[in-house]
Structures are given as C-alpha cells and as structure tokens.
Design a protein. Sequence first.
Length: 161
Amino acid sequence: MIKRVKVFDCDGVLVSSLHRYATQVGTDGVERIDLQYWRDNSTPEKIMQDELLPIAETYKQALSCPETFVIIATARQCQQADFDYINQILGKPDALIYRREGDNRSGGLLKVLGLKRYANLCTFPDFTHWEFYEDNLSYLSTVCKAFHGMKGHYIPSQQGH
C-alpha cells in the first residue's frame, strides 16, 4: 500500500549534467538554458558521464521502500541513453515524466500535468504525503501550488534555469 509519493527533478537535483549544459542571455536580459548546446551535447557517451548528486541517495532510499511511490519529473526530452542512465545508474522509478518531442510547454506545466495522472494513486485526502525535490524555483512554486499540501524541497544548483 502506498503511503507517500516522492517526486524528483533530474538535472541539478539527482544528477549533475553541467558538462552538457550552458546558458545564454535572451533579448529580454533573462538567462536561460541554451537548448541547442544541450541537444548537441546529449549524446549517449556524454549522458553516461552525468554524475550523481547527494539527493540521489534520498532517491535510492525511497526506491527501496515499498510504501513509497517514486517519480522522476524532468523537463528534458528523453532518449534511449537517458532511460538507460536512469535505469542502470539511478534505479528505475515507479514513474517517469519527461518532455515529448515538439512539446514546448513550460517545465512547471509539464510537471503538473504529468503528476495529475498519478494524483489518485493514494487514498490521501490531500497531498501532505507528497514531496517534491526541484532546483527551479518557478517549477517548484507551480507544482506545489497545483497540489495543495505538497512539501517542496528547493535544491540549489547551477542548472535551475
């Protein structure tokens, strides 16, 4: 029986993929991820060089608990190398939410809509038994507002753009 749900972002929370990451300042003066640089450096070889971060231990502990449903919710587009890394290095989650090709929604909305599919997993009257680990403050706020009572954990990183 599921008693709690733990949701983890991937880049900057579970893994450091800084070797594949760059930012650029837009015409509006806001720093954002350089998506072309990210895509160009998302090769299977480079993905397998991602390094586990300390929160990965919390993730692995959650996976080992049969009463915890574990979700990775990432805004990245996943390819086979991403699935291989997650399954082989991190450990396969109970659910994986990721961006499909051509999906240009904000990461926060992407995660909210993905998580709504799992909202009825538990017989909880609210989301106080859900925890969300995220390095992007905007996504953290969006998700926690959508699921009243969810406990949000801000994980500072250099990838939270």
